[in-house]
Design a protein around this ligand. Structure first.
Ligand code: HSE
Length: 442
């Protein structure tokens, strides 16, 4: 094989970054791989407005027909960069049916249709690269698949959504409120015009499902675990957290506990000293703790054309090496041999124990605190810290902040239901889960 030809599906931010990188680093890639890698065909829904983005590709090799690219005999590898679930699934499966290796940056399609795609790739004996699907330029998929192959993963915890991390970091630094910060993120192009997938935690949820799948050899169904975004986080809670020595981050985590998978995505108060607390702006980070390797943290760019293209092209080179060497020594796409993967039950959210931060608006008068703490006590929840922040407002309500010891979600929700009905407390409250033990490095 003298040349490896790539067919690109989707010429958006990532697709054009991939075309540029393959052009710019042609010589470097050849020195590392031994053969040239080039883009031979591109399909995009609106390719005619994007021809300038595909330097080095002849206009007749660009069009809107995705299947023509997938089926073209001269195309050896398909890079699926359109995003979304349905069309992407169809294109990936078609490429695999044609025995063409696929590289994708698409976390949604893998989180939703991963089992079908992994099985099809395995059956066809086709490699599947998806490094760019989680945390952009951070090589976490490859590390879990290869470098940690001998280690049992104790825990994964990550900042996997740059938009949320930007919003929370800026709220922390500037004291700005959520909607104003979201608008700024949109102006800067960090958040989508419809930012729901990012700020409601769905994007991070897709990514932790993929990582948990690789770490524990289990399929993961998104609807079985708790996913919560950052819409409810206020600058008031961020400031109080800061005073208490914590940062609020959107953390996606996965851990095996007594044969079950504790997996969840939610805003989390982390101690200032935790390495993930120091990761600001749009950066992503993944903390992995292996029983033998110990804790490690990977920090880097989780999005953007260049960083994501670096991960996609890294996969293309890996796949090209496989093609060049006649398909030997393939690493299983999902890290475990297909017949060695086994579904772990997901720990029901109500059974998960964490510490909690709760803020109420409570009447500033004698006996109120004992009524509230009495309800917590009745639900087997032990309080660690209770602070009244500031003076009562003109209606007589003061901010009452409580940090609890570990309690189950079920007990906490039952206690909150009761407390919010007390006549001395306003019904609305703020709740943030707190992680300090069990996190790597603590
Ligand atoms: N929208 C994602 C983020 C990047 O904000 O991190 C792509 O996965």
């Amino acid at each position: 094989m003298k040349k490896i030809c790539v067919g690109i599906l989707g010429l958006g931010t990532v697709g054009s970054g991939v075309v540029n990188l393959l052009n710019e680093q042609r010589e470097l890639i050849k020195r590392r791989l031994g053969v040239e890698v080039c883009v031979s065909k591109i399909a995009d829904r609106s390719v005619f407005t994007k021809k300038k983005m595909a330097r080095g590709v002849a206009p007749e090799n660009m069009g809107t027909d995705f299947e023509a690219v997938i089926d073209a005999p001269e195309v050896h590898v398909i890079a699926e960069l359109i995003g979304g679930t349905d069309d992407a699934r169809r294109h990936i499966l078609r490429a695999i049916e044609n025995s063409k290796p696929v590289v994708t940056a698409n976390k949604a399609v893998l989180a939703v249709h991963g089992e079908e795609i992994f099985a099809a790739a395995e059956k066809a004996g086709c490699p599947l690269g998806f490094e760019a699907s989680v945390a952009g330029g951070i090589p976490i998929v490859r590390n879990l698949r290869e470098a940690f192959a001998a280690d049992k993963i104790e825990r994964l915890a990550g900042i996997l959504n740059g938009t949320c991390n930007y919003i929370l970091s800026r709220m922390t630094e500037m004291g700005a409120d959520f909607s104003e910060t979201l608008e700024r993120a949109q102006e800067l192009g960090y958040a989508e015009a419809d930012p729901a997938f990012d700020i409601d935690g769905v994007d991070a949820s897709h990514k932790i499902a993929i990582l948990a799948n690789l770490a524990y050899g289990t399929p993961v169904d998104l609807e079985d675990y708790h996913t919560e975004g950052i819409r409810s986080i206020t600058s008031v809670d961020i400031d109080i957290a800061k005073e208490l020595g914590y940062r609020i981050k959107l953390i996606a985590m996965a851990q095996e506990r007594e044969g079950k998978l504790d997996i969840r995505v939610h805003p989390t108060m982390l101690p200032d000293s935790h390495p993930l607390s120091q990761v600001g702006g749009v950066y992503n980070a993944v903390a992995v703790s292996g029983v033998n390797a110990g804790p490690q943290v990977f920090i880097g760019k989780g999005a953007g054309s260049e960083a994501t293209a670096s991960a996609v092209v890294g996969d293309i080179i890996e796949v090209a090496r496989w093609l060049k060497n006649g398909g030997d020594s393939r690493i299983p796409a999902a890290a475990f041999l297909p017949d060695q993967r086994a579904r772990l039950d997901i720990l029901p959210p109500r059974e998960i124990s964490t510490r909690f931060y709760v803020r109420f608006a409570a009447l500033d008068k004698p006996g109120v605190l004992s009524r509230i703490s009495g309800v917590f006590g009745e639900h087997d929840i032990s309080l660690e810290t209770v602070v009244q922040k500031g003076r009562a407002d003109e209606d007589g309500y003061a901010r009452l902040v409580l940090l609890t010891h570990k309690a189950t979600e079920e007990n906490m929700q039952n206690a909150l239901g009761e407390i919010s009905r007390l006549d001395v407390v306003q019904p609305a409250y703020a709740l943030v889960r707190v992680e300090s033990d069990g996190m790597a490095f603590m």
